[in-house]
Design a protein around this ligand. Structure first.
Ligand SMILES: [Zn+2]
Length: 292
């Protein structure tokens, strides 16, 4: 591929055709504008997800990145933050239909696989995005993955945070001009200790980003080759994760299933997904919902 962009909105039609011919995969980055401490740009979630997708498409040698969708489930009660739908809303009326319509459109345009990557990850955002992936895989009969980016770097030690060491490092690496680490000292919350200031670095961000980008690129290439049986196994695994998350939310608290990932060291999702070890993802989901 000769083109130097993977961004849908910046392509000339000939570049778009070339990118789709090379790899008929579309990436859909998600995020929002939300307070991320005094030290990070407000669009961190979307900017991070978008840049990871762009680099993944370039590495994969094709595919197109749709502009980031801003808005979703949840958001902090903080300045400069848009909350489209509350974090604890049982149903959502905006994000899900919007994403599903985009998936239909991508399918109509001839894409053969869809990767939805959310850089914003309240528990409900994660549930909705993964549900959309599983449901659209069946509706469209093409693979649709919906996941937060950190699930692809869980085994590298990034367990997901908000404006903490992981997110700050990722933005610092991907968009160095958008992090002002010394400003954190003016932040009574994120700067309460020097943990984030000392722990964050572009080098750490590169470590996480490189793994996420390589896994996204690998998925973009391999998802095109998934057959019916693979897709069915994928959907079963994704639904098992959703069931565990929803069940634990009902019987315990919204984050109960995610805590199990950390306390039980269930950090292999990225690797299992790449290697199509879907039954092991189902087993992981089983362990997630064993609350004692
Ligand atoms: Zn964030």
């Amino acid at each position: 591929m000769n083109i130097d962009t993977a961004q849908w909105e910046r392509m000339l039609p000939t570049e778009f055709r070339e990118a789709v011919d090379a790899l008929p995969v579309v990436f859909l980055p998600l995020g929002t504008v939300e307070w991320h401490g005094e030290h990070n740009a407000l669009g961190l979630d979307s900017l991070k997800a978008h840049e990871l997708c762009v680099r993944a498409a370039k590495l994969a040698g094709g595919g197109v990145v749709h502009p980031a969708v801003y808005g979703g489930m949840g958001g902090l009660d903080k300045p400069a933050t848009v909350v489209m739908e509350p974090e604890l809303a049982w149903e959502n009326t905006l994000l899900r239909p919007w994403l599903e319509q985009l998936c239909y459109e991508f399918h109509r345009q001839g894409f053969k696989a869809i990767i939805i990557l959310t850089g914003h990850y309240g528990h409900n955002q994660q549930i909705v995005v993964r549900e959309v992936g599983a449901r659209m895989t069946e509706r469209l009969q093409i693979p649709v993955l919906g996941t937060p980016e950190y699930w692809l770097a869980h085994d590298a030690g990034y367990l997901g945070d908000h404006a903490g060491i992981g997110e700050t490092s990722l933005l610092w690496f991907l968009h160095p001009e958008l992090v002002a680490i010394d400003r954190i000292r003016q932040d009574p919350e994120y700067g309460a200790t020097d943990m984030i200031e000392r722990g964050s670095s572009p080098e750490l961000g590169k470590q996480y980003a490189d793994l996420i980008i390589s896994r996204l690129a690998s998925l973009a290439q391999s998802m095109l080759l998934w057959n019916d049986t693979t897709r069915v196994a994928f959907v079963r695994a994704e639904r098992a994760l959703i069931s565990a998350q929803v069940k634990c939310w009902r019987i315990a608290d919204p984050w109960a299933a995610w805590r199990k990932l950390i306390t039980q060291g269930l950090t292999q999702y990225g690797r299992l997904l790449i290697e199509r070890r879907f039954s092991e993802i189902e087993q992981m989901a089983e362990q997630m919902q064993e609350l004692s």
